[in-house]
Ligand binder design. Structure first.
Ligand code: GN1
Ligand code: MG
Length: 369
Protein backbone atom coordinates (compact mmCIF):
# COMPACT_ATOMS: atom_id res chain seq x y z
CA UNK A 1 0.00 0.00 0.00
CA UNK A 2 1.41 3.40 -1.03
CA UNK A 3 0.70 6.07 1.54
CA UNK A 4 0.69 9.79 0.87
CA UNK A 5 3.59 10.47 3.22
CA UNK A 6 3.79 14.15 2.32
CA UNK A 7 0.21 14.85 3.16
CA UNK A 8 0.42 12.84 6.39
CA UNK A 9 3.63 14.60 7.42
CA UNK A 10 1.97 17.98 6.86
CA UNK A 11 -0.34 17.23 9.82
CA UNK A 12 2.56 17.39 12.29
CA UNK A 13 4.53 20.25 13.83
CA UNK A 14 7.68 19.82 11.77
CA UNK A 15 10.38 22.46 11.61
CA UNK A 16 10.59 23.67 8.01
CA UNK A 17 9.68 22.23 4.64
CA UNK A 18 9.78 18.51 3.97
CA UNK A 19 12.64 17.84 1.54
CA UNK A 20 13.08 14.08 1.71
CA UNK A 21 11.30 10.89 2.82
CA UNK A 22 12.20 7.21 2.67
CA UNK A 23 11.61 3.86 4.40
CA UNK A 24 13.52 3.20 7.63
CA UNK A 25 14.18 0.37 10.09
CA UNK A 26 13.63 -3.35 10.30
CA UNK A 27 10.62 -3.75 12.63
CA UNK A 28 8.16 -6.59 12.10
CA UNK A 29 5.03 -4.67 13.08
CA UNK A 30 4.79 -0.94 12.25
CA UNK A 31 5.77 0.83 8.99
CA UNK A 32 8.56 3.36 9.47
CA UNK A 33 9.70 6.31 7.33
CA UNK A 34 12.43 8.90 7.75
CA UNK A 35 11.55 12.57 7.15
CA UNK A 36 14.02 15.38 6.49
CA UNK A 37 12.91 18.99 6.80
CA UNK A 38 14.75 22.20 6.08
CA UNK A 39 14.24 25.73 7.35
CA UNK A 40 16.95 28.02 5.97
CA UNK A 41 20.25 26.49 7.03
CA UNK A 42 18.64 24.27 9.64
CA UNK A 43 17.93 20.60 8.91
CA UNK A 44 15.65 18.54 11.17
CA UNK A 45 15.05 14.85 10.85
CA UNK A 46 12.08 12.87 12.10
CA UNK A 47 10.71 9.36 12.20
CA UNK A 48 7.15 8.88 10.93
CA UNK A 49 5.37 5.62 11.75
CA UNK A 50 2.13 4.01 10.75
CA UNK A 51 1.01 2.23 13.89
CA UNK A 52 -0.20 -1.29 13.19
CA UNK A 53 -3.64 -0.97 14.77
CA UNK A 54 -4.45 -4.64 14.28
CA UNK A 55 -1.69 -5.26 16.83
CA UNK A 56 -2.04 -2.07 18.92
CA UNK A 57 -5.79 -1.73 18.99
CA UNK A 58 -5.83 1.51 21.01
CA UNK A 59 -3.13 3.76 19.51
CA UNK A 60 -4.35 6.76 21.51
CA UNK A 61 -3.89 4.95 24.83
CA UNK A 62 -0.50 3.71 23.65
CA UNK A 63 0.65 7.22 22.81
CA UNK A 64 -0.66 8.44 26.13
CA UNK A 65 1.72 5.95 27.80
CA UNK A 66 4.58 7.00 25.56
CA UNK A 67 4.12 10.71 26.22
CA UNK A 68 4.15 10.13 29.97
CA UNK A 69 7.15 7.82 29.87
CA UNK A 70 9.28 9.99 27.58
CA UNK A 71 8.49 13.14 29.57
CA UNK A 72 9.41 11.39 32.83
CA UNK A 73 12.69 10.09 31.46
CA UNK A 74 13.63 13.48 30.08
CA UNK A 75 12.85 15.10 33.41
CA UNK A 76 14.85 12.51 35.32
CA UNK A 77 17.89 12.93 33.08
CA UNK A 78 17.61 16.72 33.27
CA UNK A 79 17.49 16.56 37.08
CA UNK A 80 20.61 14.41 37.01
CA UNK A 81 22.33 16.93 34.77
CA UNK A 82 22.83 14.24 32.16
CA UNK A 83 23.96 15.33 28.70
CA UNK A 84 21.62 12.64 27.32
CA UNK A 85 18.50 14.59 28.36
CA UNK A 86 18.34 16.34 24.99
CA UNK A 87 18.86 13.13 23.01
CA UNK A 88 15.79 11.18 24.07
CA UNK A 89 12.72 10.19 22.07
CA UNK A 90 10.18 13.02 21.97
CA UNK A 91 6.71 12.78 20.55
CA UNK A 92 6.11 15.44 17.89
CA UNK A 93 2.45 16.45 18.05
CA UNK A 94 -0.02 17.31 15.31
CA UNK A 95 -1.01 20.95 14.84
CA UNK A 96 -3.64 20.33 17.55
CA UNK A 97 -0.92 18.76 19.68
CA UNK A 98 -2.45 15.29 19.47
CA UNK A 99 0.10 12.48 19.63
CA UNK A 100 -1.54 10.52 16.82
CA UNK A 101 -3.10 11.48 13.52
CA UNK A 102 -5.82 9.31 12.01
CA UNK A 103 -5.85 9.62 8.22
CA UNK A 104 -8.88 9.20 6.01
CA UNK A 105 -7.96 5.57 5.30
CA UNK A 106 -8.29 4.92 9.03
CA UNK A 107 -4.55 4.50 9.64
CA UNK A 108 -2.89 5.92 12.74
CA UNK A 109 0.34 7.91 12.39
CA UNK A 110 2.88 9.39 14.80
CA UNK A 111 6.12 11.30 14.60
CA UNK A 112 9.25 11.28 16.77
CA UNK A 113 12.39 13.37 16.57
CA UNK A 114 15.22 11.38 15.02
CA UNK A 115 18.11 10.63 17.37
CA UNK A 116 21.17 11.98 15.54
CA UNK A 117 24.70 10.62 15.56
CA UNK A 118 23.55 7.24 16.82
CA UNK A 119 22.70 3.84 15.37
CA UNK A 120 21.13 0.54 16.36
CA UNK A 121 22.71 -2.88 15.87
CA UNK A 122 20.75 -6.03 15.01
CA UNK A 123 23.71 -8.13 16.04
CA UNK A 124 26.22 -7.03 18.63
CA UNK A 125 29.85 -7.61 17.81
CA UNK A 126 31.52 -6.51 20.99
CA UNK A 127 30.85 -7.60 24.57
CA UNK A 128 31.36 -4.00 25.67
CA UNK A 129 28.47 -2.87 23.49
CA UNK A 130 26.34 -5.64 24.95
CA UNK A 131 27.05 -4.39 28.47
CA UNK A 132 26.21 -0.87 27.41
CA UNK A 133 22.91 -1.87 25.77
CA UNK A 134 21.86 -3.95 28.78
CA UNK A 135 22.75 -1.11 31.09
CA UNK A 136 20.48 1.18 29.05
CA UNK A 137 17.51 -1.18 29.44
CA UNK A 138 18.27 -1.63 33.14
CA UNK A 139 18.52 2.15 33.56
CA UNK A 140 15.22 2.53 31.72
CA UNK A 141 13.51 0.27 34.26
CA UNK A 142 15.17 2.11 37.12
CA UNK A 143 14.08 5.53 35.89
CA UNK A 144 10.50 4.31 35.66
CA UNK A 145 10.34 2.99 39.22
CA UNK A 146 9.03 6.42 40.28
CA UNK A 147 6.73 7.22 37.38
CA UNK A 148 3.74 8.97 38.96
CA UNK A 149 0.34 7.18 38.64
CA UNK A 150 -2.13 6.20 37.29
CA UNK A 151 -1.02 2.80 36.02
CA UNK A 152 0.00 2.68 32.36
CA UNK A 153 -2.43 1.22 29.82
CA UNK A 154 -1.84 -2.40 28.85
CA UNK A 155 -1.15 -1.83 25.14
CA UNK A 156 -1.34 -5.53 24.26
CA UNK A 157 -3.20 -7.64 26.76
CA UNK A 158 -1.32 -10.75 27.98
CA UNK A 159 1.67 -9.83 25.82
CA UNK A 160 4.10 -11.99 27.81
CA UNK A 161 1.58 -14.32 29.44
CA UNK A 162 3.45 -17.38 28.21
CA UNK A 163 0.75 -19.96 29.11
CA UNK A 164 -1.63 -18.03 26.83
CA UNK A 165 0.98 -18.05 24.06
CA UNK A 166 1.10 -21.82 24.48
CA UNK A 167 -2.69 -22.09 24.33
CA UNK A 168 -2.78 -19.94 21.19
CA UNK A 169 -0.17 -22.20 19.63
CA UNK A 170 -2.12 -25.32 20.51
CA UNK A 171 -5.32 -23.81 19.10
CA UNK A 172 -3.80 -22.93 15.75
CA UNK A 173 -2.05 -26.29 15.59
CA UNK A 174 -5.39 -28.03 16.12
CA UNK A 175 -6.91 -26.08 13.21
CA UNK A 176 -3.79 -26.19 11.03
CA UNK A 177 -5.55 -23.86 8.56
CA UNK A 178 -2.74 -23.86 5.95
CA UNK A 179 -1.78 -27.53 6.32
CA UNK A 180 1.65 -26.53 7.52
CA UNK A 181 1.96 -28.67 10.65
CA UNK A 182 3.71 -31.30 8.56
CA UNK A 183 6.58 -28.79 7.92
CA UNK A 184 7.33 -28.40 11.58
CA UNK A 185 7.05 -31.72 13.37
CA UNK A 186 10.34 -31.29 15.26
CA UNK A 187 9.32 -27.81 16.43
CA UNK A 188 5.87 -29.02 17.53
CA UNK A 189 7.43 -31.84 19.54
CA UNK A 190 9.94 -29.47 21.10
CA UNK A 191 7.16 -27.16 22.24
CA UNK A 192 5.24 -30.06 23.77
CA UNK A 193 8.35 -31.29 25.60
CA UNK A 194 9.08 -27.87 27.12
CA UNK A 195 5.54 -26.64 27.74
CA UNK A 196 5.87 -27.09 31.50
CA UNK A 197 8.12 -24.02 31.86
CA UNK A 198 5.43 -21.59 30.65
CA UNK A 199 3.83 -20.90 34.03
CA UNK A 200 6.93 -20.82 36.26
CA UNK A 201 7.38 -17.05 36.61
CA UNK A 202 3.68 -16.32 36.92
CA UNK A 203 3.44 -18.72 39.86
CA UNK A 204 5.92 -16.46 41.67
CA UNK A 205 3.93 -13.38 40.69
CA UNK A 206 0.93 -14.96 42.39
CA UNK A 207 2.89 -15.42 45.62
CA UNK A 208 4.24 -11.85 45.47
CA UNK A 209 7.88 -12.92 45.11
CA UNK A 210 8.04 -11.34 41.66
CA UNK A 211 6.48 -7.86 41.48
CA UNK A 212 4.86 -6.13 38.53
CA UNK A 213 7.02 -3.21 37.44
CA UNK A 214 6.99 -0.81 34.52
CA UNK A 215 8.95 -2.55 31.84
CA UNK A 216 9.81 -2.17 28.17
CA UNK A 217 8.69 -5.62 27.03
CA UNK A 218 10.48 -5.52 23.66
CA UNK A 219 14.12 -5.31 24.64
CA UNK A 220 15.50 -6.55 21.37
CA UNK A 221 19.03 -5.33 21.36
CA UNK A 222 18.31 -3.17 18.28
CA UNK A 223 15.99 -1.07 20.41
CA UNK A 224 18.93 0.78 21.98
CA UNK A 225 20.57 3.68 20.16
CA UNK A 226 24.35 3.74 20.45
CA UNK A 227 26.40 6.89 19.87
CA UNK A 228 28.48 6.82 16.65
CA UNK A 229 31.57 8.32 18.25
CA UNK A 230 31.65 7.19 21.86
CA UNK A 231 29.93 3.79 21.35
CA UNK A 232 27.94 4.39 24.49
CA UNK A 233 24.16 4.20 24.91
CA UNK A 234 22.04 7.24 24.08
CA UNK A 235 18.45 6.13 24.57
CA UNK A 236 15.99 3.27 24.44
CA UNK A 237 13.49 3.28 21.57
CA UNK A 238 10.34 1.41 20.46
CA UNK A 239 8.23 2.21 23.49
CA UNK A 240 5.00 0.68 22.16
CA UNK A 241 4.89 -2.09 24.71
CA UNK A 242 6.03 -0.13 27.77
CA UNK A 243 3.48 -1.18 30.38
CA UNK A 244 3.26 -3.15 33.62
CA UNK A 245 5.33 -6.32 33.26
CA UNK A 246 8.12 -8.40 34.73
CA UNK A 247 11.65 -7.10 34.91
CA UNK A 248 12.72 -10.63 33.99
CA UNK A 249 11.00 -10.49 30.60
CA UNK A 250 13.17 -7.54 29.65
CA UNK A 251 16.30 -9.34 30.71
CA UNK A 252 15.14 -12.49 28.94
CA UNK A 253 14.66 -10.76 25.61
CA UNK A 254 18.15 -9.32 25.88
CA UNK A 255 19.55 -12.81 26.37
CA UNK A 256 17.59 -13.89 23.30
CA UNK A 257 18.80 -11.09 21.06
CA UNK A 258 22.25 -10.15 22.33
CA UNK A 259 23.91 -13.49 22.97
CA UNK A 260 23.17 -14.97 19.54
CA UNK A 261 25.69 -13.95 16.84
CA UNK A 262 23.34 -14.95 14.01
CA UNK A 263 20.30 -13.23 12.55
CA UNK A 264 16.88 -14.01 13.97
CA UNK A 265 16.01 -15.64 10.63
CA UNK A 266 19.38 -17.33 9.96
CA UNK A 267 18.96 -20.60 8.05
CA UNK A 268 22.38 -21.99 8.87
CA UNK A 269 21.54 -23.11 12.38
CA UNK A 270 25.11 -24.03 13.21
CA UNK A 271 25.69 -20.28 13.58
CA UNK A 272 23.06 -19.94 16.31
CA UNK A 273 24.46 -20.21 19.85
CA UNK A 274 24.26 -18.59 23.26
CA UNK A 275 27.62 -16.85 23.72
CA UNK A 276 28.74 -16.91 27.33
CA UNK A 277 30.94 -13.80 27.05
CA UNK A 278 27.94 -11.81 25.81
CA UNK A 279 25.75 -13.26 28.54
CA UNK A 280 28.25 -12.17 31.14
CA UNK A 281 28.29 -8.64 29.79
CA UNK A 282 24.53 -8.19 29.54
CA UNK A 283 24.17 -9.57 33.05
CA UNK A 284 26.76 -7.10 34.28
CA UNK A 285 25.15 -4.16 32.47
CA UNK A 286 21.65 -5.01 33.65
CA UNK A 287 22.51 -5.94 37.22
CA UNK A 288 24.58 -2.82 37.72
CA UNK A 289 21.43 -0.77 37.12
CA UNK A 290 18.87 -2.96 38.85
CA UNK A 291 20.47 -4.79 41.81
CA UNK A 292 19.16 -2.22 44.26
CA UNK A 293 15.56 -3.20 43.58
CA UNK A 294 15.55 -6.77 42.20
CA UNK A 295 14.09 -9.32 44.62
CA UNK A 296 15.95 -12.58 45.44
CA UNK A 297 13.45 -14.48 43.28
CA UNK A 298 14.00 -12.18 40.33
CA UNK A 299 17.73 -12.67 40.73
CA UNK A 300 17.32 -16.44 40.84
CA UNK A 301 15.36 -16.55 37.57
CA UNK A 302 17.51 -14.33 35.32
CA UNK A 303 18.93 -17.23 33.31
CA UNK A 304 15.56 -18.97 33.25
CA UNK A 305 13.99 -15.80 31.83
CA UNK A 306 16.34 -15.97 28.84
CA UNK A 307 15.18 -19.50 28.18
CA UNK A 308 11.51 -18.65 28.70
CA UNK A 309 11.44 -15.61 26.42
CA UNK A 310 13.28 -17.53 23.70
CA UNK A 311 10.72 -20.30 24.04
CA UNK A 312 7.82 -17.85 23.97
CA UNK A 313 9.22 -16.23 20.84
CA UNK A 314 9.63 -19.62 19.24
CA UNK A 315 5.97 -20.43 19.94
CA UNK A 316 4.90 -17.06 18.54
CA UNK A 317 6.83 -17.51 15.29
CA UNK A 318 5.65 -21.10 14.95
CA UNK A 319 2.03 -20.07 15.59
CA UNK A 320 2.27 -17.41 12.92
CA UNK A 321 3.71 -19.88 10.44
CA UNK A 322 0.83 -22.27 11.11
CA UNK A 323 -1.71 -19.44 10.91
CA UNK A 324 -0.48 -18.40 7.46
CA UNK A 325 1.78 -15.44 8.38
CA UNK A 326 -0.83 -13.07 9.67
CA UNK A 327 1.12 -11.20 12.39
CA UNK A 328 4.81 -10.66 11.60
CA UNK A 329 5.92 -9.13 8.32
CA UNK A 330 7.58 -11.81 6.19
CA UNK A 331 9.95 -11.40 3.27
CA UNK A 332 9.90 -14.99 1.98
CA UNK A 333 7.78 -18.11 2.23
CA UNK A 334 8.63 -20.04 5.39
CA UNK A 335 10.16 -16.96 6.99
CA UNK A 336 8.38 -17.44 10.31
CA UNK A 337 9.38 -21.10 10.39
CA UNK A 338 13.01 -20.12 9.85
CA UNK A 339 12.66 -17.67 12.73
CA UNK A 340 11.08 -20.34 14.95
CA UNK A 341 13.98 -22.67 14.18
CA UNK A 342 16.64 -20.19 15.26
CA UNK A 343 14.78 -19.69 18.52
CA UNK A 344 14.62 -23.43 19.11
CA UNK A 345 18.34 -23.81 18.41
CA UNK A 346 19.13 -20.90 20.72
CA UNK A 347 17.00 -22.38 23.47
CA UNK A 348 18.81 -25.71 23.14
CA UNK A 349 22.09 -23.85 23.45
CA UNK A 350 20.82 -22.09 26.59
CA UNK A 351 19.65 -25.38 28.11
CA UNK A 352 23.06 -26.95 27.56
CA UNK A 353 24.77 -24.06 29.39
CA UNK A 354 22.15 -23.25 31.99
CA UNK A 355 24.14 -24.29 35.06
CA UNK A 356 27.13 -22.25 34.03
CA UNK A 357 24.91 -19.27 33.26
CA UNK A 358 23.36 -19.46 36.72
CA UNK A 359 26.79 -19.62 38.34
CA UNK A 360 27.84 -16.61 36.34
CA UNK A 361 24.81 -14.60 37.48
CA UNK A 362 25.80 -15.33 41.08
CA UNK A 363 29.35 -14.21 40.49
CA UNK A 364 28.17 -10.97 38.86
CA UNK A 365 25.98 -10.22 41.89
CA UNK A 366 28.88 -10.97 44.24
CA UNK A 367 31.00 -8.56 42.29
CA UNK A 368 28.51 -5.71 41.91
CA UNK A 369 25.86 -5.87 44.57
C1 GN1 B 1 8.19 -7.63 17.13
O1 GN1 B 1 8.93 -5.58 15.14
P1 GN1 B 1 9.48 -5.36 16.48
O2 GN1 B 1 10.95 -5.44 16.53
O3 GN1 B 1 9.03 -4.11 17.12
C2 GN1 B 1 7.33 -8.00 18.32
C3 GN1 B 1 8.20 -8.45 19.48
C4 GN1 B 1 9.05 -9.62 19.06
C5 GN1 B 1 9.86 -9.23 17.84
C6 GN1 B 1 10.63 -10.42 17.30
C7 GN1 B 1 4.42 -5.80 19.25
O4 GN1 B 1 8.98 -6.53 17.47
O5 GN1 B 1 7.39 -8.84 20.56
O6 GN1 B 1 9.89 -10.01 20.10
O7 GN1 B 1 9.02 -8.72 16.78
N1 GN1 B 1 6.50 -6.88 18.71
C8 GN1 B 1 5.17 -7.03 18.90
O8 GN1 B 1 11.60 -10.00 16.43
O9 GN1 B 1 4.60 -8.10 18.77
MG1 MG C 1 8.39 -3.33 18.65
Amino acid sequence: MEHDIRSIASQFQLDGALVDTGPLGSGHINDTYGLTCRAGERTSRYVLQRINHQVFTDPVAMMDNIRRVTAHIQQTLTNQGSHLASRQLTVVGTHDDAAVFRCELGNYWRVYNRIENAVTYDILESPKLAREAASMFGGFQRMLTDLPGPQLHETIVDFHTTPKRLKAFQAVLARDPENRAADCRAEIDFIAENAEICGTLLAHVDTGEIPLRITHNDTKINNVMIDDDTHTGVCVIDLDTVMPGLSLYDFGDMVRTATNPADEDERNLSKVIMRMDMFEMITEGFVRQTHSFLTPTERKYLTFAGKLITFEQMMRFCSDHLAGDVYYKIHRLGHNLDRARTQMKLMQSIISQEDRMNALVDSVFDRLA
